[in-house]
Design a protein around this ligand. Structure first.
Ligand SMILES: [Zn+2]
Length: 255
């Protein structure tokens, strides 16, 4: 499943492909993905593609389209039709962008006239924005890994990046009380892990149709996620289920 850095890579590519373009038609090839696809989506000049958490927001004409990649959603530019090309977006210059999603957990919906959407209303701050401060992690009762993966606390920290941030910060994922210094260190590590992953995704992927899962180059730098040996100390990595999610941690590097 794409995480925040992968979605940011897709955003950059979509924004580049759609810059100064006009959408003249949305061709719906089926009526629904995870939710119904609106029969009428906005056409006209593309004003830009933004990202909020793992959602993409396409500002088109006088409306905004909300898109989520789900498990397997990808955008691609092509004129042929391939299996699972559920929506084709026709541009004024003759090019066609398609949204392809074999498992159909993705979504395409219309935002409210104010540009908002119910799916965005209760989201916490972006991890790379100044609004994400270490204080956000204070006073929570759940294991810290569950806290940083809670979208109301901070958005876009999925299982991979939560595990990596905790390893870098030297904090065990099941801990429930952190000191102020630990919260500070963890917030810093979350930002650095995501920033590096965005940079790796942005520099390694030249064909964004293949953006599906983890950014290519960052995968090689994972220290603990889905590993048996710690990438930092070489010790044996433990695997524990926390909050229903598989969690990897190093007893030597994390306290
Ligand atoms: Zn270690």
């Amino acid at each position: 499943m794409p995480e925040l850095p992968e979605v940011e890579t897709v955003r950059t590519e979509l924004d580049r492909l759609l810059a100064h373009q006009r959408i003249i038609r949305w061709e719906r090839r089926r009526a629904d993905l995870r939710t119904p696809i609106p029969a009428k989506l906005p056409i006209g000049p593309v004003h830009g593609v933004r990202r909020r958490a793992k959602y993409l927001l396409l500002a088109v004409g006088d409306g905004t389209v909300l898109n989520h990649l789900g498990m397997t959603g990808v955008w691609a530019e092509r004129t042929t039709i391939q299996p699972h090309d559920h929506v084709r977006v026709h541009l004024a210059d003759g090019r066609v962008l398609v949204f392809n999603d074999p498992r159909r957990f993705g979504l395409l919906e219309l935002c409210r006239p104010d540009g908002g959407h119910a799916a965005l209303d209760h989201l916490g701050p972006e991890p790379l924005s100044p609004a994400f401060t270490p204080d956000r992690l204070a006073g929570r009762r759940a294991p810290i890994k569950t806290v940083i993966m809670d979208q109301r606390v901070v958005v876009g920290v999925g299982n991979i990046y939560a595990s990596e941030s905790l390893l870098r910060a030297g904090i065990r994922p099941m801990r429930r009380r952190l000191t102020a210094a630990e919260r500070e260190r963890l917030a810093t590590c979350i930002r650095s892990v995501l920033t590096e992953a965005i940079q790796a995704g942005g520099s390694s992927i030249d064909d964004f149709r293949h953006v599906n899962g983890l950014s290519g180059r960052f995968q090689q730098t994972l220290l603990v996620y889905n590993r048996t040996q710690c990438g930092r100390c070489g010790g044996r990595v433990r695997q524990t289920t926390i909050g229903g999610r598989s969690s990897w941690w190093c007893p030597a590097c994390q306290r």
